[in-house]
Each structure stands twice: as structure tokens, then as C-alpha cells.
Ligand binder design. Structure first.
Ligand SMILES: Cc1ncc(C[n+]2csc(CCOP(=O)(O)OP(=O)(O)O)c2C)c(N)n1
Length: 321
């Protein structure tokens, strides 16, 4: 039903994200990485599926848990690793770290550690893209990715209203892992009818509970097509997913009381990387894994040999020129 090319492409993106992050977890104790890391292990299928139908000119914004969309949107791996190492060759000059990955030429708008704040910024960017299309004749799309916690911020609802009123070319994607640090959804929301809440703003919504990489990709492809050609937005997508490692840091925290082992087991059995590996022949799989190994070790070597930023760089890029 799905072409081998698509399966291989999605598999490679998901596996690259996971193996890159698991490598970070391995080297984290050495202090080579100079910033906290919020890993997406277990959540890879959403970023891979969301970014696959996008063009390079389309934009993505994310939160501090931004490694997955950065990689899935084609962000430069060497610059990403160098940024984590705090090196001058990093995507933000080595001064921003893991929570602020950016690559404008690849359509990665940047991220923020402050929950919810990227949502209005992405909404404003979508307004700019709508205006730009009037002169270029080509509608670029904005995709704003955030967690369930982001939807608890007032600016989320202000953004929904503004985007709906102005029919902006933006796809909102909520990665709903049901956790905000250690607090599960049941202790934060009176009802989990998120799509119903958003729909009251006059926004088309979709909810995917399976994290099925093909289902998410197909839904996003249709949404992108509609935003690009029908001139009607926004669209809201809620994707269920699950974070396998601790909120921040490299540790597996399944012994912590806030975790539900049965839930974790359910998600492990639904691992889209394992699923897609079974759809590929052994030679293709080996080739993809070899490519990933090479890309990660090239990035690591690049980061290691890069210099730290010069002292006089300290105050550069603090204010807009
Ligand atoms: C405005 C604001 N409030 C609180 C925090 C502290 N904080 C950091 S991460 C987080 C949880 C956010 O959860 P969610 O948006 O679901 O994203 P996830 O970590 O699950 O990807 C909180 C409350 C913050 N960074 N910013």
C-alpha cells in the first residue's frame, strides 16, 4: 500500500532522531554537551510524519523539545551537534543550546523554553506568509508544534482566534504525551476534549490516537494541500504520543511514581520504528543504519573539533541590530 521509498524515508528520519538522541544520552555524562536536553525518544513518528509532506520553504516552529522536528525538517546535523556542544559552528553560534535549534534556510523558525510562547510567534509568521503569497503567488505553510502543556497558556487561545479570524495558512500540531513534566493530564484538565475546544473557534480539527506514522503523514499531507491551495486555514491536529525518557535529561525514569508502566508498555509495543523496520528488506535496513551511523559520527567529530565562540561574541545577537 505504501511505496518502499516512503517507508525507507520515514524509517530513516525516525531512526536518525532516536539514534542521535540515544547517542546524546550516552555522552551526556561527559559534559561535552553544554545545555539541558529534552529528548523525544518514543515520539519520533509525529515529527517525521509532520515534516515529510512539507517543502523546504515551509516553516516549522517548536518548543524546547525540538530535536525531532529539527532533524525531520532537514536541519543540519553537524550544526545541531555543535550547538549542543556550545561551539561557534553551532546553528545558533553555540550560545543557545538544545532548546533553541534554528535553521532558517531549512525552514526551522526556532524554538523557546517558555511554554506556549512559540505559538503566537508562529501565528504571526503565518500572517506574514499569507501576505507574502499575494506578491509571490506561492503559499508557504507554517507548522506550529507544541505539547499538551502549551495549550494551557492563554496565548494559545488568542492565537487560535486570530488565526481562525484571518484564515491563516498554519497547521497547529499538539504532541499530546499526556505529561507536563511529572503531572499527567488527569490532574490538569477537567476534560480531554481538546479538539472540541479548538473547534469552537471555527477551526477544522483532527485527532489521531495511534501515532501511526502513515496516518499522521496522510492527514498532514491533506492539510498542507488545503492550506496551500484552498486558502483556508488554520487546521489543528492533535497526535497522541508518549515520552519514554525523563522530562529533561538522558535518564529512563520509569521507576518514578508519576509513571504508569502499563502505559509505557503499550507505547513500546506500538513503536513505529520497529514496525517500519519489518516492512524493509534486510539490505535496505542495513544501508539506512550505516548512513545514520556515519551521519552521527561525522556530526560528533565536527562538534569536537570546532572552536568555542570567541569572548567578544558574548554580547553579539543579544539585541536586534
Ligand atoms: C510559561 C512557562 N511555564 C512553566 C514552565 C515550566 N515548564 C517547562 S516544561 C513544562 C511542561 C510542558 O509540557 P508540554 O507542553 O506538554 O510539553 P512536553 O514537555 O510534554 O513536550 C513546564 C510546565 C515554562 N518553561 N514556561
Amino acid at each position: 500500500m505504501y511505496t518502499q521509498e516512503l517507508v525507507a524515508r520515514l524509517y530513516k528520519r525516525m531512526s536518525l532522531i532516536r539514534r542521535f538522541e540515544l547517542r546524546l544520552a550516552e555522552i551526556y555524562h561527559t559534559d561535552a554537551i553544554k545545555s539541558p536536553v529534552h529528548l523525544s525518544v518514543g515520539q519520533e513518528s509525529i515529527a517525521a510524519a509532520v515534516c515529510d509532506p512539507l517543502d523546504q520553504g515551509d516553516m516549522v516552529s517548536n518548543t524546547y523539545r525540538c530535536h525531532a522536528t529539527y532533524i525531520a525538517k532537514g536541519g543540519d546535523l553537524n550544526e545541531m551537534m555543535a550547538e549542543l556542544y556550545g561551539k561557534a559552528t553551532g546553528c545558533a553560534g553555540g550560545k543557545a543550546g538544545s532548546m533553541h535549534l534554528v535553521d532558517i534556510k531549512k525552514g526551522i523558525l526556532g524554538a523557546s523554553a517558555v511554554v506556549g510562547t512559540t505559538i503566537p510567534v508562529a501565528t504571526g509568521y503565518a500572517l506574514a506568509l499569507k501576505r507574502e503569497a499575494k506578491t509571490t503567488g506561492h503559499q508557504r505553510i507554517m507548522v506550529s508544534v507544541f505539547g499538551d502543556g502549551g495549550t494551557e497558556e492563554g496565548c494559545f487561545y488568542e492565537s487560535m482566534n486570530f488565526a481562525a479570524l484571518h484564515q491563516l495558512p498554519i497547521l497547529y500540531v499538539c504532541e499530546n504525551n499526556r505529561l507536563a513534566i511529572h503531572t499527567p493530564l488527569e490532574k490538569r484538565w477537567a476534560t480531554d476534549k481538546l479538539c472540541e475546544r479548538v473547534a469552537t473557534y471555527g477551526i477544522e480539527t483532527h485527532k489521531i490516537t495511534t501515532a501511526d506514522v502513515f496516518e499522521v503523514r496522510d492527514t498532514v499531507a491533506k492539510a498542507v494541500n488545503q492550506l496551500r491551495h484552498a486558502g483556508k486555514g488554520p487546521i489543528f491536529l492533535e497526535c497522541a504520543t508518549y515520552r519514554w525518557l525523563e522530562h529533561v535529561g538522558p535518564r529512563d525514569d520509569h521507576d518514578d511514581p508519576y509513571r504508569d508502566l502499563e502505559e509505557y508498555q503499550h507505547w513500546k509495543e506500538n513503536d513505529q520504528i520497529v514496525r517500519l523496520a519489518k516492512m524493509l528488506d534486510a539490505a535496505t535496513l542495513q544501508q539506512l543504519e550505516d548512513e545514520i551511523t556515519a551521519e552521527i559520527s561525522t556530526a560528533e567529530a565536527f562538534a569536537e573539533k570546532s572552536p568555542y565562540p570567541a569572548a567578544e561574541e558574548l554580547f553579539a545577537h543579544v539585541y536586534a541590530n
